[in-house]
Design a protein around this ligand. Structure first.
Ligand code: ADP
Ligand code: GLC
Length: 490
């Protein structure tokens, strides 16, 4: 099966969050299962040509893309994804992609991804390569399913090409003013109230992706159900309801060649379910790095996160006074909205011996934190899948989560989860978005931590679990087959 995998970020080239992890690992798993995969991402300024062995594709040459009055020129660079034979194509247009950040709130954010979407299709044409499925991820790829059925419908190359649209986060919808349809070269008569591209008077890339793709999925079973409801649908629930027969949930997998405490290249000492002693050394190292003391009975609780409201930091703020009274140390790594960065910095200033904070994006440190902490806190308001709780399970860092989306599908509460009468939990969880429940759950975890035998059991339950891509990648192939069938029968 031939798959074009399109994403606005992918490890190791460009990353802001979990989408990059998925795009960096799922294509490889698909190849292992026999698919022929080609990947497409924008060539951001931060991507180093030499480091990743990019070379200019002269055969493709210049791709003119008309956006409003301007004709922008896209070029294509190419490389091979390491550890695979996947060809990856980088869409180059310095005017749009040489910026400080991957995503901006600039006036031309729509243009950046219009160019990306059109260039992907134009590259496929020049390669004369017709994928069975174009796998589009999030709103940044939302126009591809549309273009295939409208602007490029004339091209017989794509006669048998179907589309899968994966929603990694319904909270980001690529919503632009009506003016954007002109930039995107979309016929004006396709834009009217409740049409497939119109959303409350605006043009939404996310809605367009949902309405025009053959199959839709999201990144956990629970989130697939949640987004059909007003509380989690972020206004898209009615749109999704229209396609609910075609909405599926597949849990993300983990790349254990990157995230495994037995081999992780960033760790001071490796450890495994058979020998956990190295974990203690990582904890001591981490605490020393941040100027805090080690105490055997005081748990170290970690957070690694984008600092946005999705991650439950308002709840954390409400709970913080009580949390700080508990006997625990904290390490927080993240960046994002200023108000949350400030909240954590203030806590550090108030409790320097208790709370360490690193504001910024630091991949190496994220591995060291995962290895050195005893518990990982993720009190998300909503969470499509979440990867850090799954990394935490592998690293014996017991997750404490709010039971929503992928968190509900991966973390089982120690007190509630039983198999054949024996506690089988791998973490701690609470249900409501309530600071009281958050405090009680963290309190219970800290109490349980004192019982070393029980604690080890919880750690091992998590460490032994398998969230590798093999299972989930097979499910993606099933969805690709479904998309192909759907395209034929529609
Ligand atoms: P989301 O995609 O919503 O941000 P996920 O849990 O799916 O949430 O994935 C987040 C990814 O980004 C993880 O790989 C995590 O380690 C990484 N990450 C988040 N913030 C940072 C940071 N400040 N430094 C390094 N890695 C980070
Ligand atoms: C999104 C979600 C996160 C998910 C990631 C990868 O950014 O917020 O929950 O794990 O995408 O699918």
């Amino acid at each position: 099966m031939k798959i074009a995998f399109v994403s606005s970020e992918a490890v190791p080239y460009a990353k802001t969050g979990g989408l990059a992890d998925v795009a960096g690992s799922l294509p490889k798993a698909l190849e292992r299962l026999g698919c022929e995969v080609k990947m497409f991402i924008p060539k951001y300024y931060s991507i180093n040509e030499n480091e990743f062995n990019l070379h200019y594709n002269w055969e493709i040459g210049e791709i003119p893309i008309k956006i409003s009055k301007h004709t922008r020129l896209a070029h294509v660079y190419q490389s091979t994804v390491s550890g695979s034979s996947i060809e990856i194509y980088f869409i180059d247009c310095p005017h749009y992609f040489h910026r400080d950040q991957l995503y901006t709130d600039g006036f031309d954010e729509d243009e950046r991804f219009i160019l990306f979407n059109r260039s992907v299709i134009e590259t496929l044409q020049r390669l004369k390569w017709a994928p069975d499925v174009i796998h589009c991820n999030d709103w940044q790829c939302g126009l591809i399913p549309f273009y295939l059925k409208e602007n490029y419908a004339w091209d017989m190359l794509f006669n048998k090409t179907s589309t899968l649209f994966t929603i990694h986060n319904i909270g980001y919808q690529g919503r632009f003013s009506k003016l954007a349809i002109k930039k995107a070269d979309i016929r004006e008569n396709l834009f009217y109230p409740n049409s497939s591209i119109e959303y409350h008077g605006d043009f939404s890339f996310m809605k367009t992706g949902i309405m025009y793709s053959d199959i839709i999925n999201t990144v956990s079973k629970t989130y697939a159900k949640e987004i059909l409801t007003p509380v989690f649908g972020a206004g898209m629930e009615d749109v999704l309801q229209q396609r609910k027969e075609d909405v599926f949930g597949i849990l993300n997998g983990i790349d254990y060649s990157e995230w495994n405490p037995e081999t992780d290249k960033f760790l001071l000492q490796h450890f495994s379910p058979k020998n956990l002693s190295g974990k203690q050394e990582n904890k001591k190292f981490l605490l020393t790095q941040f100027g805090m003391n080690f105490n055997l009975d005081t748990p170290l609780i970690g957070i690694v996160s984008r600092m946005v409201s999705q991650k439950g930091f308002d709840l954390f703020e409400q709970a913080s006074e009580n949390l700080m009274k508990m006997d625990a140390q904290w390490i927080i790594l993240g960046s994002g909205e200023e108000k949350y960065e400030e909240m954590f910095m203030n806590l550090h200033q108030k409790f320097p011996e208790k709370v360490a904070v690193y504001i910024g994006f630091n991949n190496e440190l994220s591995h060291i934190v995962e290895a050195g902490i005893d518990m990982f806190l993720m009190p998300s308001l909503y969470e499509p899948c979440g990867l850090n709780q799954i990394y935490s399970l592998k690293y014996g860092s017991v997750p404490i989560v709010r039971r929503t989306g992928g968190l509900a599908d991966t973390v089982r509460d120690w007190f509630e989860s039983k198999q054949n009468g024996i506690n089988s939990g791998n973490g701690f969880s609470f249900h409501n978005n309530s600071s009281e429940e958050l405090c009680n759950t963290v309190g219970n975890a800290i109490k349980t931590f004192q019982d070393k035998k029980t604690w080890k059991k919880i750690q091992l339950n998590g460490m032994k679990e398998d969230f590798s891509w093999d299972n989930s990648a097979k499910k993606y192939i099933d969805l690709y087959n479904l998309a192909v069938k759907k395209k034929v029968t529609r």
